[in-house]
Design a protein around this ligand. Structure first.
Ligand code: T1G
Length: 683
């Protein structure tokens, strides 16, 4: 049973019971419809609808969105609830999201527990509320707040919902409060749809459209939601619902909705591989070596997850810097209201920084987050081996370096793993778990358990230069530098990729992290680079000129007064000069040609990563590119996007590019195989 009913005196209790989140699938819709008829047969004076397990309802079952809708459709069920002569009251605990919130809107009254949340996240799945949300919400909260809630997809607290008029009461026990509502008063409450509709206000609508175009550029659902809300303001409810339903069904089958659903479920499927059955070791005290940006960010992520954390540094200055860095993050979280004073103090109590490695003698995990040098890391590993328990896990946060080589310095290499966090480590959700040749299953299981506790998205990757994300990034940047050398400017390239959906292009991003990082990697690779492969020297010239990015006030762009980015003609001239030295006839690339080259370069590199077994699945690559490198979520990740092009088309285009440069455009065997077999790349 997905919906249970019971009566006490003349009150009916309807409970949604569909673990784990009371998603509203067919059986719940049918159960609710049956409950309406039941309540009328019993001539009850009210129905109190709630969700089992402290969760009202997470919304429609998104797993059903890939198949044809099956009756009873949720909007029809909610019409029955709203028009029934037995009034319904929503008693909300946990979350009422999407269709869950729409059930509440169809009720006469809404009562929320203090820590409950209510919202319309449909646009995050590429759709719009499809069961009355766009039509009923404005009647309760007005046009501006309805537009904000639905186009942002952000849920709101019970307190905010009360202030906005979305709910009538906050109570610790919503069911009890619903039971105590005076019957006469309840009988006088007008159904939501019959409340006056807010007037059409073009200024408000235009502001909403402007905001959506700025915040959700490229996404169709938020704009469509505004159109549907506007249409409903002047229509009778049933006609408004028809407009909403039509838009919802169109969006549900759109590429963007499919891409967003793909990421939604991929994120939740990122778990320990089934073939690893070893239990994780218990983690309580974690040591981190290095209290710089990464080390302190990792420390805070672990403090947030409840661990005791000790940062190990080389000297007193390093200890002070580590303490300041962590304190800065704690204060910022406090200031933003992410944690309370008590929680801030609790984190500080569990944190320490020292030069004395013996203070980490009971740590069962150490994460090295020091300078990206194999020598530095080797020494740290040997020191950790001396001071930590023999079965403690020793991890490196290295972004590129060979975990196997690092493991080889220890007596017991099976205890070594890579935990590649992304800056800022306490905010970015991606965690690349780098499996060494000898890493034990217990260590891997522990890494996944750590990721879960830190609410990170774990992706297990193999050992190669840059693992999955940074190897794709290196190819992306190489393709960009080649296009720059051959004809474009960094700002034309960045613009082309922002139009694709990136928040920032590759040059603006590199100015943030600093050009010296990639420069150091190129020097490290000098000895092993393929001499036949084109080498673009512009970025080296930039570093030689001290143009390292924001941190030096100038990189690919200038930052006069530390403010916004300004194109720098000196940089454009560097490209022209280097092309001249190389005897290159520069060309004008269109934005499409720029996007084609950069995206196909990444797709081809990613296909090689799959072919070599460094990446476990195309979906893992989607998670890495979306959650680590800013690939637009509404395109579903790099490989989901590749499948919208199709392997055959990709191979055809790369073959064309290979005529210019057969070395850089060597087609991945996996792409060839998918093209020949007509199969999807994203298995
Ligand atoms: N449909 C199907 N499965 C869902 C689901 C949903 N809406 N929400 C969660 N799950 C699954 C999820 O895949 C995972 O499965 C398990 O539940 C636990 O989820 C008609 C059209 C509710 C805040 O967008 O925000 O309503 O991995 O790990 O961290 O107009 O889930 O265990 O097999 O996220 O406690 C709108 C999406 C739908 C809300 C709970 N609703 N869900 O977070 O658990 S469209 C949403 C969430 C709609 C109407 C429109 C979160 C959560 P598995 P979890 P959590």
């Amino acid at each position: 049973m997905s919906v249970t009913t019971r009566r006490e005196d003349n009150v009916g209790y309807v409970e949604i019971d569909n673990a784990p989140v009371n998603a509203i699938g067919l059986s719940v819709r049918q159960g609710l419809l049956d409950a309406v008829r039941w309540a009328e047969r019993e001539a009850l004076d009210r129905v109190i609808v709630s969700g089992k397990g402290g969760m009202f309802a997470a919304g429609a079952d998104a797993k059903e969105f890939d198949s044809a809708p099956v009756e009873p459709h949720l909007p029809d069920v909610l019409n029955q609830i709203e028009n029934s002569f037995v009034p319904w009251i929503a008693a909300i605990e946990g979350v009422a999201l999407g269709g869950g919130a729409e059930i509440a809107l169809a009720c006469r009254l809404r009562i929320m527990a203090p820590n409950a949340r209510i919202g319309f996240p449909e646009v995050t799945l590429g759709v719009i509320p499809g069961a009355g949300g766009t039509q009923r919400l404005p009647h309760l909260v007005g046009l501006t707040d309805a537009l904000n809630m639905i186009t942002s997809g952000k849920p709101m607290s019970a307190k905010a919902a009360l202030e906005k008029g979305l709910i009538q009461t906050i109570h610790d026990e919503p069911n009890y409060a619903a039971f105590m509502v005076n019957t006469e008063e309840l009988g006088c409450i007008v159904p939501t749809s019959d409340l006056p509709s807010p007037p059409v206000d073009q200024d408000v609508l235009n502001t909403a459209r402007h905001h959506v175009n700025a915040k959700s550029a490229g996404q169709i659902a938020p704009l469509r939601a505004i159109d549907v809300i506007e249409a409903g303001l002047n229509l009778p409810i049933q006609e408004g619902l028809a407009v909403e339903r039509k838009a919802f069904l169109e969006l549900r089958s759109s590429d963007q909705a499919k891409a967003l659903r793909h990421i939604f479920f991929a994120e939740r499927a990122a778990k320990l591989p089934n073939d690893i059955t070893a239990p994780p070791i218990t983690l309580e005290h974690v040591a981190i070596v290095g209290g710089g940006t990464m080390g302190s960010g990792i420390a805070y992520a672990l403090l947030n997850a409840g661990f005791r954390v000790t940062i190990l540094e080389n000297d007193a200055e390093g200890v002070e810097r580590a303490k300041e860095n962590v304190e800065t993050i704690v204060s910022a979280s406090l200031k933003r209201g992410l944690i309370s004073e008590q929680e801030a103090s609790d984190r500080k109590d569990r944190f320490s920084a020292t030069t004395d490695y013996d203070q980490a003698s009971d740590a069962t995990l150490a994460i090295e987050a020091a300078f990206e040098s194999m020598d530095v890391k080797r020494k740290i590993f040997l020191t950790l081996e001396k001071h930590l328990p023999a079965d403690a896990i020793i991890a490196s946060n290295t972004s590129y370096l060979d975990i196997n080589e690092l493991a080889s310095v220890l007596q017991e290499p099976l205890r070594v793993i890579g935990l590649h966090f992304f800056a800022p480590a306490h905010i970015m959700k991606l965690l690349e778990i780098v499996r060494g040749d000898k890493t034990s299953d217990t260590v891997i299981a522990t890494a996944f358990a750590l990721a879960k506790r830190c609410r990170k998205i774990p992706v297990m990757v193999g050992v190669c230069d840059g693992f999955v994300g940074n190897r794709i990034l290196a190819r992306y940047r190489e393709a960009a530098d080649t296009v720059f050398m051959d004809g474009s400017t960094p700002w034309e390239i960045d613009e082309a990729m922002v139009e694709f959906g990136y928040a920032m292009g590759p040059y603006a991003v590199q100015d943030l992290s600093g050009l010296d990082i990639a420069h150091a990697n190129r020097r490290r690779q000098d000895a092993t680079r393929d001499p036949a492969r084109r080498y673009i020297p512009i970025a080296d010239r930039m570093v030689e000129l001290g143009k390292l990015g924001r941190k030096t006030g100038a990189g690919w762009y200038r930052y006069p007064g530390g403010e916004g980015r300004v194109d720098d003609p000196i940089v454009a001239d560097l490209g022209i000069e280097e092309a001249h030295f190389a005897g290159i006839e520069r060309v004008e690339y269109s934005a499409d040609e720029i996007r084609q080259r950069l995206l196909l370069a990444m797709i081809n590199e990613a296909a090689d990563l799959l072919h070599e077994g460094i990446a476990q699945s195309a979906t893992d690559i989607d998670l890495v590119t979306v959650f680590g490198y800013g690939f637009p979520r509404w395109r579903g990740g790099l490989m989901h996007y590749a499948d919208t092009l199709g392997a055959a088309e990709i191979v055809k285009q790369i073959q064309q590019l290979a005529k210019e440069d057969p070395v850089a455009w060597k087609i991945s065997p996996l792409l060839k195989q998918c093209a020949d077999n007509g199969t999807r790349i994203g298995r």
